[in-house]
Design a protein. Structure first.
Length: 169
């Protein structure tokens, strides 16, 4: 019998920035590749800030496989935030050098920190479209639809975006 407790898990992250975004997204991808090996990266999408007036964001989704537990991944993401000199604001809707969040950890569903799957997948076009791009047939572990099905049903006119080339991969 196969012992799946030590099998690699597919992990997906959202990454965004509106302060030196090209520099910070490239740094995040380099650091993650150094830590986790081969990455799956979406296109980079430019969109207006959501929830506040500010510079446009660049956003993307990053995937990789790992044996690490979600808590350790989140700790590593905090290290990336510090490396990008992110300053935490009391208002979550504010400019940022780097914002990397754990979206999915295999098909794990749980409340708490980190909450999985992250609700941003269904809430924000800048998370869902790149997620549907890199894993169109992946099923959301709660609602059971594929990422492409969720994207097809999403009101993407409410928050327009455009792909931009910045040479991440």
């Amino acid at each position: 019998m196969l012992d799946v407790r030590n099998a690699p898990v597919n992990v997906y992250l959202s990454a965004g920035s509106n302060i030196a975004p090209e520099q910070n997204l490239k740094m995040a991808c380099q650091e993650l590749a150094s830590e986790y090996g081969e990455l799956t990266v979406s296109s980079v999408y430019q969109n207006a800030a959501v929830g506040f007036a500010g510079e446009d964001f660049l956003n993307m989704v990053i995937g990789f496989s790992t044996l690490e537990k979600p808590e350790l991944i989140v700790d590593r993401l905090e290290t990336l935030h510090r490396k990008a000199h992110r300053k935490r604001q009391s208002d979550p809707f504010s400019p940022r050098t780097l914002d990397v969040d754990l979206l999915l950890y295999g098909d794990l569903v749980r409340e708490g920190t980190p909450e999985l799957p992250r609700e941003d997948i269904e809430k924000y076009a800048f998370v869902l479209e790149p997620m549907a791009e890199v894993a169109p047939e992946l099923r959301h572990p709660v609602i059971g639809l594929t990422m492409s099905q969720i994207w097809d049903d999403f009101d993407n006119d409410a928050h327009p975006m455009q792909k931009v080339e910045i040479g991440i991969a």
